[in-house]
Design a protein around this ligand. Structure first.
Ligand code: SF4
Length: 173
């Protein structure tokens, strides 16, 4: 007979079952409670997050798949469109990035796109099935870009008014 030699306590393997465990919450570990979730929870403490984070990676990946399937269709994906709203000319020197001005990549730097052109692109993205629209600007930081920030706020409002989720990446500060 094959024997398993594992340092993982038996109680943890039970957490991999596809349905919530019939554990009374006060006896269940934080990890087991997370696996047995029946609704989103936003009150995790640092210690609880640390306990979950410390689980063996593959067990965690499997358990995450189990919980994901409880709340979502496994094959469903969110369609998201990413638009470069300001290209190239970035003063940062990230060596992997073609938008850094420190490397000759052949990329032509542009100014910040207009609000209208971004919203026109968002409408097309929505017509093509996206329900999230992300806007990326090749800036090292936002310092001194008050007008640009005001325009980006208008872009975000406009994207949300289309019924889409909006996100941005604008540098480090
Ligand atoms: S800060 Fe962003 S845009 Fe600038 S070089 Fe780094 S990754 Fe590229």
């Amino acid at each position: 007979m094959r024997k398993f030699n594992s340092s993982i306590p038996f109680r943890r393997w039970g957490a991999l079952l596809p349905s919530p465990l019939p554990l009374r919450p006060r006896f269940a570990s934080t990890y087991q409670q997370a696996i047995a979730a029946t609704s989103p929870r936003t009150t995790w403490t640092r210690d609880e997050i640390s306990e979950i984070y410390s689980q063996p990676l593959m067990e965690l990946a499997s358990a995450a798949g189990t919980v994901h399937r409880r709340f979502h269709k496994p094959a469903a994906v969110q369609l998201c469109t990413l638009m470069n709203i300001k290209t190239g000319g970035c003063t940062e020197d990230c060596s992997y990035c073609a938008q850094s001005s420190r490397y000759k990549t052949g990329l032509e730097a542009t100014k910040l796109s207009t609000v209208q052109s971004v919203l026109d692109a968002a409408k097309i993205a929505k017509e093509n099935g996206s329900n999230r629209f992300c806007m990326g600007a090749a800036w090292r930081e936002m310092k001194g870009r008050k007008r640009g920030l005001q325009n980006i706020i208008e872009m975000i409002k406009g994207v949300r008014a289309l019924g889409m989720e909006a996100c941005v990446t604008l540098g480090s500060k």
